[in-house]
Every structure is written in C-alpha cells, then in structure tokens.
Design a protein around this ligand. Structure first.
Ligand code: NAD
Length: 487
C-alpha cells in the first residue's frame, strides 16, 4: 500500500510544492515509515508569507468578539475529534494512548478556549495629563511564527496559536520534522471553524525552514520551543530584524523531597517527573534531591513502584503507560548518557537498557532508568537527557539543597515536597525557576503562565501574562488645548 504524502497548509488549503522534495515520518514504536511530507520550497515559503499577511489584514480588522467565537468553534472541533487526533500523536511520537487521549488534545483545546475568552477583554487605559490626555491600545504584532518541538506536537501548536490568534495576529507554524501531522490537522480545524484563510499556515521541513522563518524581515515575532542550543540560533536569527521572541527551552530541574514529605506522593512526583511521556518532557524533575533520613524508605518505594507499575509496549494498547523514544538517533543519545552515568560512577539501580516489548519489538524503547549515588558534578546531573533517566541525590539541610538545586544554567522548573508550609514557600521562593510546584509535579493548566528562568527561556506561554507577548502597546497623546510652541 502506498503511503500518504501530506502537503504544506497555506491560505486555508493544502498546497503542493514545486520541488517535489519530501521527508519521511517514522512511527517510533515500530521503526517504520508511516507517511511522507512535502518540504516547504521557495514557492511555499513565499506563499506562506503573502497568505499570512493577507490573513493578518482580515483577522486583525475583525471585532474581537467575532474572533473569540470562531476560536471557540475550533475548540469544540478539537474536543469532538479528540480520539482521532490523539491517535495521530501516538503514532507520531511513540507516547502512550493512555496519555495522549486525555492530555495532548484537551490541553491544547483548553489553551485556545482560555485565550478566546480573553480576546474581547483586551483593553487599553487612559490618563489625564495637564489638561490633555493620553490613551493606550494593545495592538497585534502582525505575522508571528511558531516553531515546535516533537514531544507535544499538537499541544505546542495550540499553545502558540491560541494567544497569537486571540490577540489578532496571524501565524506561520513549523512543527518538528519528526511530528508534522498534528499542526496540519489543527490548520484544517481552524479553517473548518471559519477562521479566515491565511490566519494559520503550516510550513514543513527541518532546521533550515525554521532558520528561514527566524531571519525573515516580514515576521514580527518568533515563538520557539526546543533545545537551548537551537534557541540561541533562533534568537540570533531573530536579531537580524529585532523580532520579539518567546523561548521555551530545556531544563535540568530539581525535585526536592524533605524528610517530612508524604513519601507516596513524592514517589509519584519523581515517577511522573521522569517517566511520563517516557521522560521526554522539558519540565522533568530529573535531579531528585532526597533528604538523607528518608532516603531508604523513598528509594525502596520508588524502585518497587517502578518494577511493578510500569507497562512498556505498543503505545496504542490501552494498558501501556510507557512508550517509545522519538527516534533511533534520540535512542542512541539517551543510551550514551546512561553509559556515561555508569562510567562516572553512579549506581544503576533500575533499567539502563533497551527493551523489546513483544508487541512492539522494533521500537525505540529504553527502560525507565534510576541512578543512585549521584553527585552534582556527574554529566547525567548537569545535562538535559530528555529521556527516562532519573538521578537521585541526597542532602542534609535546606540551605545546602537550595544552593545545589540552583547550581545550573537551566531554570525551567522546580518542585518541593514537604508538609511544612512555611518551608515549602520559603524554599520555592528561592528556586531560580519559572515553573514551580509544591507537593505536586508537572501540572500546567491553561490559566498558569509557564516559562523559564536563566537559559531555559524568555517570555511565557499560557496565563494572562502571555497576552503581553503577542501584543504591542501604542500610546496616543490627545491635545485638548492649543499647542504651546516657541516657534
Ligand atoms: P530542537 O531544538 O532540536 O528542535 C526544535 C525545533 O526547532 C524543530 O522544529 C526544529 O526543526 C527547529 N530547528 C532546528 N534548528 C533550527 C534553526 N537553526 N533555526 C530555527 N529552527 C530550528 O528540539 P527538539 O529535539 O525538537 O525538542 C526537544 C527540546 O525541546 C528539549 O530541549 C526540550 O526541553 C525542549 N522543550 C521545551 C519545552 C518548554 O516549554 N520549555 C517544551 C517541549 C520541549
């Protein structure tokens, strides 16, 4: 059976490229090519810009209440098609259906619903000055570009388009070349909902297509999700025309467990923050700091629950709760980090090897991996692995753990487990991290602004704060009296 070839989505419809160039997309659970995608060539790029410019002109001129209603129609379509879309995410990413069917599409829809609700409420203010007055307007930026990572493809496309479109901008979105289908389906849904042609366009390809977006003079803003190193290149590209940027980058986040913590909840957090989406989550708490006095009970429960409760296999099987890594290349990278961990003297307490589940023997599976006896200097405790590799460290006191937790160039997330509310807030306030949890981990509702400190990011996604990242403030001074002039 010949495989389907998807085209770029421009001006409300699929558009063929002229070059005929395509790339393959692989199901990580089988290692097999599942479809092809046309690369955005010169014609597609040119059309994407022109389409987004026309889309912006139409969309930004619409009343915000109308925009809001159209976005809400898209929200309904996303929810109605949850299962169809979740299946696409499972086949593209290798993550379990158990997760995608309740998180990926719905959390994307939530974000669009949240910003659709805010759109008509965006307002300026006014102030009297010396008998005159000025007022401010929050205006759209223009054509914005979104560049996505592969771990939550549809959710990322929603989290970027939701505030962009709600504020009246148009968008050209480039999904990761590993997971290009979800964004195309979102584009179809926006069009079906009645959002004008050209408001949301999808261009396909690898880093070079992303780099073209970052350099393009007619793009006002880049919202990027990916690695720190790529983020630096994106920012340098954006600097060529002083574009606004939002950067959602990587992390090496600390999860701090004090000796008065509810140990079962803390173990849940450590497992969620390292093994959910087989460890491919930017906010993961991959450095698990455990106070020495509860270390024995913590580690026993952690190992037991990891042995007993993780079900690895075909991600489409409802029972599977741990899927395949995104690609053969990423599989090799994670295995390399595991071997470095062993070589540098960490104790491999669980996992550390490739798996071949009976119902998915050719997939890129790596067992949930737990290292103990870790030290802060080890490579596995310093570098983002983006796989199911947990490093457990111990500590003695509050000041010590705060200093060690912050001793990294990253600053994406942090978690604290303790029953002492004073300590919980005191410690979390000292964390150099933008996304923090107390007695919880990983939850990120649309209302909550998320983004990184230090090298983990710039700007925010979701939450009210993000409206400021997709609008610009115009101040208008209005003279009510004769203009005083020395001339
Ligand atoms: P990546 O940086 O390799 O790629 C991200 C995107 O950038 C892809 O679409 C890619 O094609 C594009 N790209 C590559 N080179 C480019 C260039 N020179 N110019 C413009 N675009 C370019 O990241 P990835 O491997 O897809 O994703 C994993 C990374 O994403 C991890 O570091 C993870 O922590 C991070 N991430 C962060 C968040 C967050 O919200 N903070 C969320 C998800 C993933």
């Amino acid at each position: 059976m010949s495989l389907k070839t998807y085209k770029n989505f421009i001006n409300g419809a699929y558009m063929a490229n002229d070059s005929g160039e395509t790339f393959d997309v692989i199901n990580p659970a089988t290692g097999k090519v599942i479809y092809h995608v046309e690369v955005a060539d010169e014609k597609i790029k040119q059309q994407a810009i022109e389409s987004a410019q026309r889309g912006f002109a139409t969309w930004s001129a619409m009343d915000a209440m109308t925009r809001s209603r159209l976005l809400l129609k898209a929200v309904n379509l996303l929810r109605e098609r949850n299962d169809e879309l979740a299946k696409i995410e499972v086949l593209d990413t290798g993550k379990p259906w158990q997760e995608a069917s309740v998180v990926d599409v719905l959390s994307g829809a939530d974000s669009i619903e949240f910003f659709a609700g805010l759109a008509p409420g965006i307002e300026g203010n006014q102030q009297s000055v010396d008998g005159d007055f000025y007022y401010t307007r929050r205006e759209a930026l223009g054509v914005c570009a979104g560049i996505g990572a592969w771990n939550y493809p549809l959710q990322i496309a929603c989290w970027k388009s939701a505030p962009a479109l709600a504020c009246g901008n148009s968008m050209i979105f480039k999904p990761s070349e590993e997971t290009p289908l979800g964004a195309l389906k979102l584009a179809e849904i926006f069009t079906e909902a009645g959002i004008p042609d050209g408001v949301f366009n999808v261009v396909q390809g690898a880093g070079d297509v992303g780099a073209w977006l970052t350099h393009h003079q007619d793009i006002a803003k880049i919202s990027f999700t990916g690695e720190v190193g790529t983020g630096k290149k994106v920012m340098a590209g954006a600097a060529t025309s002083l574009k606004d940027v939002t950067m959602e980058l990587g992390g090496k986040s600390p999860l701090i467990i004090f000796n008065d913590a509810d140990v079962d909840n803390a173990v849940s957090a450590a497992m969620l923050g390292n093994f959910y989406t087989q460890g491919e989550i930017c906010t993961n708490g991959t450095r698990v700091f455990v106070e020495k006095s509860i270390y024995p009970v913590f580690i026993e429960k952690l190992l037991q629950r990891t042995r007993d409760n993780i079900i690895v296999g075909d991600p489409m099987d409802e029972k599977t709760n741990f899927g395949a890594l995104i690609s053969a290349k990423h599989f090799e990278l994670v295995m390399k980090y595991i071997n470095i961990g062993i070589d540098e003297g960490a104790t491999l307490a669980h996992g550390g090897k490739a798996l071949q589940p009976a119902d998915a023997p050719n997939g890129y599976f790596i067992a949930p991996t737990i290292f103990t006896d870790c030290t802060d200097e080890m490579t596995i405790c310093r570098e983002e692995i983006f796989g199911p590799v947990m490093s457990v460290l111990t500590f003695d006191g509050e000041e010590e753990v705060i200093a060690r937790a912050n001793a990294t160039e990253f600053g994406l997330a942090a978690g604290v487990f303790t029953q002492d509310i004073t300590r919980a807030h005191r410690v979390i306030h000292k964390m150099d991290a933008g996304i923090c949890w107390i007695n919880s981990y990983g939850l990120s509702p649309a209302q909550m602004p998320v983004g990184g400190y230090k090298q983990s990011g710039i700007g925010r996604e979701n939450g009210l704060a993000t409206l400021n990242h997709y609008t610009q403030l115009k101040a208008v001074y209005v003279g009510l009296q004769p203009l005083d002039s020395p001339f």
